[in-house]
Design a protein around this ligand. Structure first.
Ligand code: AMP
Length: 958
């Protein structure tokens, strides 16, 4: 037994604990009776007394010494962490100890609602782990303070009772237990997007805890805010947001009232704005500004519009009398009141006699286009009575006239309608002329300007108009022996009067002139011909443009576009293009063209290894003439299949058979001539990549993982070069062989629709594996090699996180929303910065901004050649992106590139001659591209940092 121990300071060194966390236990409180464990006071290096628990019965066999804690309340946590600090003596260092000496001890727990259990049977405990020391110590040298303190952390998950007891079992080791700390992790209270998320205890296993945020004061929900609390106490995936209520604007993490003189009308407006003209807000928190006296706001006026007033009166009225019709015209008001919606209304009164007694006109007169709400300053009034006085009031109004107590602006127009000309006929007739005479009106409304004589041949349509200033006229050039009708009217300053009565006169007999104008008929003929030509032209245009539209539409249809490629019509010289099996009228011919028929007797099936969509997948051997036996996977088509199922099943072979690449699963052949129909492929010993990674969690080096990713990227480059779009690239569809070589598989035509359990129906119909699919493919089925690149980014994330489910347990809808709002998966644990950056590049919103598979292969090759570039981890606290550390001082180009996480381009910069920080200040995209920085995302990142450099000297935004 030792009496003095090397120990840490017994109080907590919070630096080893992740914040936020909450302690449940400190071993400073005594535990229950523990006869073999001794509670000993020792001094730490600062001479502070502290207690340890020790046991060291190494000389005797059959030890079973228990040390138990008091009841530890779990305070609602489902998962707690236990950190123990201890020293453990190396058995070899103890002279003469028997072989029963141990170098481990066991840790247990027992869940219970009872906080005062006196005794717990050994068999009731659940074992947490056997604890061994990383560093056992061979000598105790307190004087030199040789610290050989071990720290181990273990978790217990899914706790459900009030609390638990911890126990330590010694089976014959030499142990000093220096500290035991029990804690759980919380996501700390935080405010994001104006929503407050409470202190949240992390979930039981790795599951995320979904937390609804509460809008902060003076804000309201725009879209339900929520976030997920991750197992290690971090907040993930903010969705939705709150917005400041009307009258408030956002300020840091809250909402502040609008200052006097400003207002905010709607919650969705970002900021308070100055009151519009003729309005003010004397108080804080205004959601609208009050109009000044005499100014108004119509109900439909936006709050941002200036307050307005009613218009002034119309001006410059003019009337034109035309018999019993009057045209009234006026100019718009000088002051429209600040609005564009001025209209006019008319009121008519008929005034009788000299007394000018006026009464409303009634409904017998008509206004064209209308009497009220005229938008142009003119109106035609019809059906007035001749020789009468009328008074028209024209009123101007606008959207706020009804709100204004002041009378509307008006102008009055008085008009007298014309009197008829009473013609007194003085007739003189010859064979080709007639002379008429008349008397003017008795009370003309103004001086008579002229008379108008109209005449026409009786029963004919064409008439002739003649004008004269005198009271008589001789009409010449008439046909002999023909009856004509004559009428006369007077024109005064006020307009035309009405016609007098008709007078019929017959000329004396003579020769008859031919009628009809040959020129007119010519014009008519030309018009008809022109009309026909025009019609033919229009019809032709319609047909042509109809065809044209149809063509454009077809061209824009992504499927059509794809079909063009698949039919091999767009073929680049020297490149092999994948041929879609649908191109074949007879799908069996596609199978014959691309897959070798294998004699079933050469296949030996050994065991079932999986279940495919169409039947079992088995492993077995294939004997190929002249070659040694090879291991193969055999997919068979279950009995009772339909024609379509057979076609779909074999389509995978006719697609796979066109590929020949080390990272694409190789087709050995098919069996179609006898039943069951089979597809034979090379055998991949380690099965699908997702299951394989989960099974080997944490067991590979980064270089091995990057090697796998490189293989997948290379296979995908081959497929994209052949214009094949995979559409369902995911770790579950990658197979791994015994040499860790990854190969892309799953090429069936129906696979995305029926086979993939991850595929979900989208609102546009069709099934899509949402978590792996690019937004444009989800939204409008734009599947391209660039959408395959997005999926590849997700595969990278799956690989580095050893088969973690992308976006954890979030719903598909939440994933779509989060991606749309710009959220991207964070770096998995221990993920090199460069790899996470590459993932983010693959998840660029614009598909042309994503890297091509060829570029991905080049990047990964570089990383493999230079493993040091993988050393910097994305989630090591020192380099985590943190907006609160806005600046970093850098002195060299290399330091700068490291600071903005573009360290992989150091060589490119130095060999291009960019050696000092000054030299990069005016670098351009084309120069970046020239020196080999070709990814759009990286170019953007570098150039935006250069901008910062320009504005901040050498303080770089990171
Ligand atoms: P599939 O129908 O292609 O999705 O295959 C179903 C399952 O069978 C896969 O998830 C694999 O576990 C297994 N499998 C398919 N092909 C092979 C192969 N060539 N080598 C080894 N396992 C395979």
């Amino acid at each position: 037994k030792w009496k003095q121990m090397v120990a840490d300071d017994g109080r907590q060194s919070s630096s080893v604990l992740p914040t936020p966390s909450r302690f449940l236990l400190n071993l400073s409180k005594p535990t229950l009776p523990h006869p073999q464990w001794e509670e000993i006071s020792v001094m730490d290096e600062r001479n502070t007394p502290m207690r340890t628990y020790q046991v060291c019965n190494v000389m005797e066999a059959n030890q079973n010494n228990w040390l138990r804690t008091r009841h530890i309340s779990r305070e609602g946590a489902q998962r707690v962490h236990i950190e123990i600090k201890f020293t453990l003596r190396d058995c070899n260092s103890l002279p003469g100890v028997p072989g029963t000496c141990k170098e481990t001890f066991n840790m247990y727990y027992y869940e219970s609602n009872n906080a005062n259990l006196w005794f717990i049977k050994e068999s009731q405990y659940v074992k947490i782990d056997t604890i061994a020391a990383d560093e056992s110590f061979t000598q105790v040298d307190v004087g030199d303070r040789v610290m050989k303190l071990n720290t181990e952390v273990r978790d217990i998950s899914n706790l459900s009772k009030k609390g638990f007891y911890l126990a330590f079992q010694d089976l014959g080791a030499c142990i000093a237990l220096v500290s035991v700390r029990v804690f759980y992790k919380k996501c700390p209270l935080t405010v994001l997007n104006l929503a407050q998320f409470p202190d949240t205890i992390t979930g039981g296993d790795t599951a995320l805890v979904e937390v609804r945020g509460v809008c902060v004061n003076a804000s309201e929900e725009f879209e339900a805010p929520k976030m997920y609390c991750s197992a290690d106490g971090g907040w993930l995936v903010p969705i939705g947001r709150c917005v400041c209520k009307p009258g408030f604007e956002e300020n840091k993490d809250g909402c502040q009232p609008c200052r006097p003189g400003t207002y905010k009308a709607s919650a969705t407006d970002a900021y308070c704005t100055k009151c519009p003209p003729h309005s003010s807000s004397p108080q804080e928190q205004a959601f609208e500004c009050v109009c000044e006296r005499g100014f108004y706001r119509a109900e439909t006026d936006p709050r941002s519009m200036a307050c307005t007033r009613s218009p002034s009166a119309p001006e410059n009225p003019i009337s034109t009398v035309n018999e019993t019709c009057i045209t009234l015209e006026w100019s718009p008001p000088r002051d429209t009141g600040g609005r564009g919606d001025v209209t006019y209304s008319l009121h008519c009164r008929k005034c009788s006699g000299d007394s000018r007694k006026c009464t409303p006109c009634g409904s017998s007169i008509h206004f064209v286009p209308r009497q009220f709400g005229l938008s142009s300053p003119t109106v035609l009034v019809t059906d007035l009575q001749p020789d009468s006085n009328y008074s028209f009031t024209v009123e101007s109004q606008n959207g706020v006239s009804d709100l204004s107590p002041t009378p509307k602006g008006t102008v009055v127009i008085n008009v007298t309608t014309s009197q008829t000309v009473s013609v007194v006929l003085k007739e003189r007739r010859s064979k080709d002329s007639v002379t008429l005479a008349w008397q003017g009106p008795e009370r003309p409304d103004g001086a008579i300007v002229e008379y108008e004589v109209i005449y026409y041949e009786k029963r004919e349509q064409n008439y002739t108009v003649l004008k004269t200033r005198s009271n008589m006229m001789t009409v010449e050039g008439l046909k002999p022996g023909t009856t004509y009708v004559f009428r006369v009217r007077a024109r005064t300053d006020g307009g035309y009067g009405t016609y007098g009565g008709e007078i019929e006169l017959e000329t004396s007999h003579e020769d008859v002139f031919p009628i009809g104008d040959p020129n007119q008929s010519t014009i008519l003929a030309v018009s008809i011909a022109g009309g026909i030509v025009l019609l033919v032209f229009l019809v032709t245009c319609f047909v042509v443009s109809g065809r044209h539209c149809g063509y454009i539409k077809a061209k824009q249809d992504p499927d059509e576009e794809k079909m063009q490629f698949q039919h091999g019509r767009v073929k680049l010289p020297g490149s092999r293009i994948y041929i879609h099996p649908h191109t074949y009228e007879d799908p069996n011919q596609a199978v014959r063209d691309f897959a070798k028929e294998i004699d079933a007797s050469n296949i030996r099936i050994e065991r079932v290894i999986g279940a495919g969509e169409f039947g079992e997948v088995c492993s077995g051997r294939l004997r190929v003439q002249g070659k040694r036996e090879i291991y193969v996977a055999i997919k068979s088509l279950k009995a009772g299949y339909s024609d379509k199922q057979r076609k779909d099943f074999l389509s995978e072979a006719s697609i796979m058979g066109q590929f020949d690449h080390p990272n694409i699963i190789r087709l050995e052949g098919v069996v179609t001539k006898c039943k069951p129909v089979m597809i034979i492929t090379e055998f991949m010993e380690n099965g699908s990549l997702d299951t394989f990674l989960k099974k080997h969690d944490g067991q590979f080096t980064v270089i091995q993982l990057v090697g796998m990713l490189r293989g997948i990227a290379s296979g995908m480059k081959y497929l994209s070069d052949m214009s094949y779009v995979h559409r369902d690239l995911a770790a579950r569809n990658i197979l791994v062989n015994s040499n860790l070589v990854c190969k892309v598989s799953d090429f069936g035509l129906s696979r995305v629709l029926e086979d993939d359990p991850e595929a979900a129906y989208t609102t546009r119909g069709g099934k899509i594996p949402i978590r792996w699919t690019a937004p444009e493919a989800i939204a409008y089925r734009k599947f391209t090699s660039a959408s395959d690149v997005w999926s590849y980014g997700i595969v990278m994330w799956e690989v580095i996180s050893y088969g973690e489910r992308p976006y954890w347990e979030m719903s598909n809808q939440d994933v779509i929303k989060a991606i749309d709002e710009g959220y991207r998966l964070p770096a998995p644990m221990d993920c090199p910065v460069v790899l996470h950056q590459l993932m983010l590049d693959c998840w660029e919103k614009g598909r042309s901004d994503r890297p091509k598979f060829g570029q991905i292969v080049t990047i990964l090759d570089k990383l493999i050649r230079n493993p040091a570039s993988l050393r910097e981890l994305a989630n090591s606290s020192a380099c985590r992106e943190d907006p609160s550390t806005p600046e970093l001082s850098v002195n060299t180009v290399d330091e700068w590139l490291e600071a903005i996480k573009m360290g992989q381009y150091k060589e490119n910069f130095s060999s291009a001659g960019y050696v000092s920080l000054d030299s990069i200040l005016y670098i351009s995209v084309s120069e970046l591209a020239k020196m080999g920085v070709t990814l759009a995302g990286h170019q953007k990142k570098i150039l935006s940092s250069v901008e910062n450099l320009q504005s901040q000297g050498t303080h770089v935004q990171v």
